[in-house]
Design a binder for this molecule. Sequence first.
Ligand code: AMP
Ligand code: GLY
Length: 432
Amino acid sequence: MGGMRVLVIGSGGREHALAWKLCKSPSVEKVFAAPGNPGMEPVAEAIPLSADQTVELAQFAQSSRIDLTVVGPEGPLTGGIVDYFQLKGLPVFGPTKAAARLEGSKGFAKELMQRRAVPTAGFQLFDSAERALAFLKESRMPVVVKADGLAGGKGAIICRSIEEAASAVSGMLSQQLFGEAGSRVVIEEFLEGEEVSILGVVDGTHVALLAPSQDHKRIFEKDQGPNTGGMGAVSPVPALEEAELAQIRKRIFEPAIQEMSNRGTPFKGVLYAGLMLTSEGPKVLEFNVRFGDPETQAILPRLQTDLAELLLSAVEGKVDRVALKWDPKSCACVVLASRGYPEKPELGREITGLESVAELEETLLFHAGTKREGSRWLTWGGRVLNLVGLGNSLEAALERAYQAQERIHFEGKQFRRDIGSRALKYRERVNK
Ligand code: AMP
Ligand code: GLY
């Protein structure tokens, strides 16, 4: 299809990367973003509707003759935005509310995996604090205590002692610190290994796996401090072999997709498997039902296939007819965050140096939490900017991203200097 009009829903770095890639797609005439962010202006027209204004978004898609809507964040997906668009006959890329439960309820995802013997950490599901505490007494530490529902990346607590685990369980089940999301908890076995993100574009039946990536979730270097949405990502993951990816497809993606289809709730959209590469093989830590942020910023610059055609083929149930092509280069994304992120980010600090990044070769800049006031740019969120470098090696890609980092200034700028170091160490270990 030529001359497509595409709407991207969301406002983060992931959505900027999606809009940028879609804008380059030969089959796309125009990209809109709702609400988008001001950095996206060169690639997408901003529509002043927020991601939760389902009815208004559908009205816009209808009246503006949108050929494809792409939903970025999990909130609208688990809330049923795709169901509403489908009801109105509007082409939309993403899972229905029933299929989005794979991310919206960890208990649901764990039971589905158990049913199909998808490799994952051993677990138990509880809605009673008393039973959960009794179970902990019999468990070997560490364990991971997880709120069942969406908790913005903060719902998984790694507990090294029974006391810590008991306090996590009581916080969720008795004190309702996570609200409704913590009214059920999963207690699961702690897994050791290298963490990777494998994203697949799914059409209900088939899956096209995207290039592997690795996120860095903790706020501080050496994986210290609290979890964040993600402080940086690299793609590909150098030591991950084709054979391992084939296993991941066969043992994880195919059974999960089949099971969703058998239940009458086929999965369409991005299925994102957060995996631990353990000594017993890859195991699922979690499923997400959307593009990862910042993984997308490191994956899409390498994609040589037309993104709009790929996503449309998923909507139409024809992903098996698309062959994905990748730039062999490596890509690295470094996130710049505000002081106080992830707990309480400071907003409104002036950002300088943005224009000078545009001069750099093989370097991209995706905005996340920024705001423009006249000719001034301000920080306006926890994660502010994504600096992306491409190179013939992971080292070269990282060097470009970090060179760009040096040019950007704002008070309280936080970032990790060790993005990519895990992937490099892992490569050394595997190659020994
Ligand atoms: P989740 O919200 O389930 O993705 O968990 C957030 C993060 O906690 C993951 O990205 C891992 O780093 C860590 N994590 C979750 N589950 C486990 C587990 N079973 N073993 C070790 N680490 C885990
Ligand atoms: N980068 C982690 C996520 O998107 O959930």
